[in-house]
Design a protein around this ligand. Structure first.
Ligand SMILES: C[S@@+](CC[C@H](N)C(=O)[O-])C[C@H]1O[C@@H](n2cnc3c(N)ncnc32)[C@H](O)[C@@H]1O
Length: 450
């Protein structure tokens, strides 16, 4: 792969966990009553819902972290937070005509395993009481290996969880100390083995490439641990450096960050090693073993991408509960108040805590589908009616330089990403991002594409 292409395409680019991307949402003028109307319409399709619950607390600050979290050692925060989430949930329940079928449940953070298992049980029993749980449900949670106890694993298993996503980042303990993360190889091993012994069916590892001072030798070692412990899935994230948003990322020197072609080499080496061990690359930065549902979804064409990354299928309605959580009805997005204080204040005043959102018009929905197709199938097509659409024509014109570089191929009514082009998926999706090209950002919004 040419170094020049990495230099050429190493621009700031969104990760497209949503389209339009959050900075291009129409903004604050999105009354909760309008959002509820979208929720009700989406619910009426088949009553199936996905639920994301944001559990934002962490005991200590990992300096690389780009997520929405609140650092505290005071566990008295758990109870009022859970009561607020349940209050928010009851507002949704009151608006839905019928019992929701809970197809997908994801606990994200922060660190869900910050919470005492009894508190997680209380939260989840109160939610599960009012829903139907289908046999093919998919419940998963993010686990910090250092704080995940047997009690957490048993409690969540008893409540129907079969998937665990372990935050590993990198196995090297010295590298983790540099980013203030307390973790050992033994803690990851223990968490993996205990989860499997209890009956969890899918273990995911979150790994990051591009961390400060991370080298090929670290990735080699990570791949060795992967080969030994055999997680069913791997999320191999590109380190997102956004110090203008996350001040803790100023704790290390930018000179220590692998960038451009050097950073990409870390990914390519990881990919080679994972593939040699039987993993298949899924979309952008994910890998799975052939028995895993993510791999099957890729094969069956049902793979979807949402705010949590890749998932095996899509429900018409995704409800986000908790501070900063995002909901999605395909034709609208809504995000909750970001700080815990604002979130608790608004919910406890009896109002849905939506502070911004976006209604997708027909053009947004078409562009969203193109970007989703590229992210999940590495190609997107269009009908003969859409062929005359100006927005599509503009996207295809923007792809011309990428076609000349051999990253994308044009066929009648279709564009397809070449194997080389997969390294530039974010750049290729940007061609379809009509909002971005109408108004390019003045300040820094996105991390680098490479
Ligand atoms: C919300 S975090 C929760 C992880 C959990 N708290 C833990 O520490 O194990 C989810 C994942 O986001 C990824 N992540 C966080 N900050 C990132 C960044 N700056 N760039 C890339 N990935 C990041 C990490 O891989 C992390 O495991």
């Amino acid at each position: 792969m040419s170094k020049d292409l990495f230099a050429k395409y190493d621009v700031a680019a969104p990760r497209y966990t949503s389209y339009p991307t959050v900075p291009y949402w129409s903004g604050a003028a999105f009354p909760p009553s309008d959002w509820l109307q979208h929720v009700q319409n989406a619910f009426s399709a088949d009553r199936q819902i996905s639920l994301y619950i944001h559990l934002p607390f962490c005991e200590s600050l990992c300096t690389y972290c780009g997520c929405n979290k609140h650092i505290t050692r005071n566990h008295a925060v758990e109870h009022p937070y859970i009561e607020t989430v349940l209050r928010e949930w009851r507002m949704y329940l009151a608006a839905l005509s019928g019992k929701p079928v809970l197809r997908e449940l994801h606990l994200g953070g922060g660190t869900p395993t910050f919470f005492h298992p009894d508190n997680l049980r209380y939260l989840l029993e109160n939610i599960l009481r009012d829903v139907e749980v289908p046999d093919n449900h998919d419940f998963g949670f993010e686990a910090h290996p250092w704080s995940t106890t047997d009690d957490h694993l048993h409690t969540l298993y008893d409540l129907g969880f079969r998937r665990i996503s372990i935050g590993v980042q990198d196995f090297d303990e010295d590298l983790m100390k540099l980013v203030n993360r307390r973790q050992t190889v033994e803690s990851v091993e223990r968490c993996t083995e205990r989860a499997r012994a209890i009956g969890y069916e899918s273990v995911n590892y979150d790994l990051i490439f591009g961390l400060p001072k991370q080298t090929l030798a670290h990735i080699r070692e990570d791949a060795r641990h992967v080969a030994r412990l055999r997680p069913d899935r791997i999320a191999f994230y590109s380190y997102a450096h956004v110090p203008w948003l996350k001040k803790s990322q100023c704790a290390y020197s930018e000179a220590d960050l692998p960038t451009g072609a050097a950073k990409r080499r870390l990914y390519e080496a990881g990919r080679r090693w994972f593939e040699a061990d039987g993993y298949a690359e899924i979309g952008m930065d994910h890998f799975a073993l052939p028995h895993d549902s993510l791999f099957k979804a890729l094969r069956d064409g049902t793979l979807h991408r949402n705010f949590m990354g890749y998932t095996p299928y899509k429900t018409s309605l995704m409800i986000g509960l908790g501070a900063s959580a995002i909901g999605d009805t395909w034709d609208a997005f809504a995000q909750n108040e970001k700080t815990i204080a604002d979130y608790e204040r608004v919910v406890n005043a009896g109002t849905l805590p939506v502070f911004r959102g976006h209604r997708l018009n027909g053009e947004d929905q078409r562009q969203r589908q193109h970007i989703l197709n590229l992210m999940t199938r590495f190609e997107t097509g269009w009908s003969s009616e859409e062929a005359d659409d100006e927005i599509l024509a503009a996207a295809l014109a923007r792809l011309e330089p990428l076609m000349a570089d051999g990253l994308v191929e044009r066929r009648p009514f279709l564009v397809r990403i070449t194997p080389e082009g997969r390294n530039f998926l974010r750049n290729i999706c940007m061609a379809f991002d009509a909002h971005y090209w109408r108004r390019q950002p003045e300040g820094k919004l996105f991390s680098q594409a490479v």
